[in-house]
Structure formats: C-alpha cells, structure tokens
Design a protein around this ligand. Structure first.
Ligand code: Z5A
Length: 225
C-alpha cells in the first residue's frame, strides 16, 4: 500500500525525535503524570510536543467530540474503531510526524494501544482487524516508549468519578474496564522493551518517582544508542 510505504521509509530515515505515549484505564493518572514526564524531558534540554488521542488536530478534536459525547450513544463498534484511526491518520500526518522530523519529542496521552485495549479488549473486536488498520495508517511507526499506568479498575473509576460527569466510555460497566486492563497488561507482557508498567495505585509522589525513573532510564538508553 503506498501510504504504508511512505510512512515506513520516513520512520527509518527522518525521525530524529522520540515518541512517548501514556496509557491506562480510566482515572489511572495519565494526565497528572504527563506533567512529570514533561518536566524530566525539559530538564534534559529536550523540546517536547504534548498531544492526545483521540484528538490532537482540529479534525481529530471534532472526532473526539463525536466519540466521547453522548450524541451517538448507539454508534457501531466498527464506526468507533474507524473514527479512532481516522483521527490517528490525521494526527500522525499533520502533527506527530512533522514534529519528530524536526527533532522534537512527542508526548501523547493515549495512542494505538488504547484501540487494542478498548476496542479489542473492552468491546471484544478482532485484534487482527485492529492490526490491519495499524499497519495501514502507521506503517511501522510505533511509540519508542509507553508508560502503562496500571491500577485496579475500581480505584481508577473512583478517582475519575470525583472529577466530572461520565463520557460515553466512562459510562461502560466495570467488566468492560477489567477487559481493558487485561488487554493492556497483555500488550505489556508481549512487548516489555517498549511498555513499562507503572504501579499507579500508589500515592502521587510514589507514582511520579516511578515515572521519573522510567524516563531517566529511557534517556540513558536513548543517548547510548
Ligand atoms: N479511546 C479508545 O477507546 N480507543 C482509542 O484508540 C483511544 C481512546 C485513543 C478518552 O481518553 C477515551 O477514549 C478513553 C479511551 C478512549 N476513555 N476512557 N475511559 P482520555 O484519555 O481523554 O480519558 P480518560 O481515560 O478518561 O482520562 P482521564 O479520565 O483524564 O484519566 P487519567 O488522565 O488517567 O487520570 P487523571 O486525570 O490524571 O487523574 C484522575 C484523578 O485522580 C484526578 O483527580 C487526579 O488528581 C487523581 N490522581 C491521579 N493520580 C493519583 C494518585 N497517584 N493518587 C491519588 N489521586 C490521583
């Protein structure tokens, strides 16, 4: 596929920055810990682009409204998955790849692991379908490091519940989030080099210390390679 070939060759030749993602179930503390990651990267003199999925571009943010809002509560799961990847195609081409090409680091709140976890694990969609879309939209672009903020689902929902009214995903049942968590842990087991598990059930200070250690380790490796 031509789109794949273009993106693949860019990955090998042009990407100079590094691509870091944060993942986890609802209320795991991703947004809170983005700040700590950002702080460590900036202390090391790196220029960082912060972004999120679904979203990150004007079109992506509009798609986010459709995906998270309650206007289309009965949305078919295929539609949901395709909209996630439509937003991602735009995000990658308009924002992530240009930044990486310029040597910026990209810090993204959720990426394709979330499609495997929520649509694959949570909704039970065929993982092969997701892999097909991943290959089509991304070629061989993958995050270099992913921090998986892991905690018991009930604790995450309790933390998130204190904050705001639930969006379309947050309205799902506990069993849905248990499947999401297991799918994330499966990804981490299969790809331990890339995916580092953070015990997000601890106090904020302890979680931030784990996050800092993971980023500092990654920076050491990155400078060495
Ligand atoms: N989604 C999908 O289905 N498929 C995809 O491909 C993609 C996404 C990309 C939007 O994500 C939804 O899209 C998401 C999956 C789906 N749905 N869900 N659920 P999102 O990232 O925008 O939404 P979110 O997961 O709901 O994020 P969040 O609620 O903002 O959670 P968070 O960022 O992980 O948590 P937080 O805001 O940092 O912290 C939550 C609260 O806990 C807050 O009050 C903090 O002060 C507190 N907190 C944080 N850490 C601690 C500790 N350690 N101790 C005590 N309290 C803490």
């Amino acid at each position: 596929m031509p789109q794949c070939a273009n993106i693949s060759s860019e990955n090998k030749t042009i990407m100079r920055g590094s691509f870091i993602t944060l993942e986890g179930v609802e209320g795991a503390g991703k947004s809170t810990c983005m700040a700590e990651v950002l702080k460590v990267l900036k202390e090391n003199g790196l220029e960082v682009l912060e972004t999120r999925e679904p979203g990150g571009t004007p079109l992506g943010e509009d798609l986010r409204q459709l995906l998270l809002g309650h206007k289309h509560t009965g949305m078919h799961e295929d539609t949901e998955l395709l909209l996630m990847f439509a937003a991602r195609a735009e995000h990658l081409r308009q924002k992530i790849l240009p930044a990486l090409r310029e040597g910026q680091w990209v810090l993204c709140d959720r990426f394709t692991d979330a499609s495997y976890a929520y649509q694959g694990g949570g909704r039970g969609m065929d993982m092969e379908r997701i892999a097909t879309l991943e290959a089509w939209v991304q070629g061989d672009i993958r995050p270099h490091l992913t921090l998986l903020m892991d905690l018991p689902v009930e604790l995450g929902l309790e933390r998130a519940g204190k904050r705001s009214s639930p969006d379309r995903f947050e309205s799902e049942a506990l069993a849905f989030f248990e499947r999401v968590r297991q799918a994330y842990l499966d990804i981490a087991r299969r790809d331990p080099e890339r995916v580092k598990i953070i015990d997000a059930s601890r106090s904020l200070a302890e979680v931030q210390a784990q996050v800092r250690a993971a980023i500092e380790n990654f920076l050491k490796q990155w400078q060495h390679d």
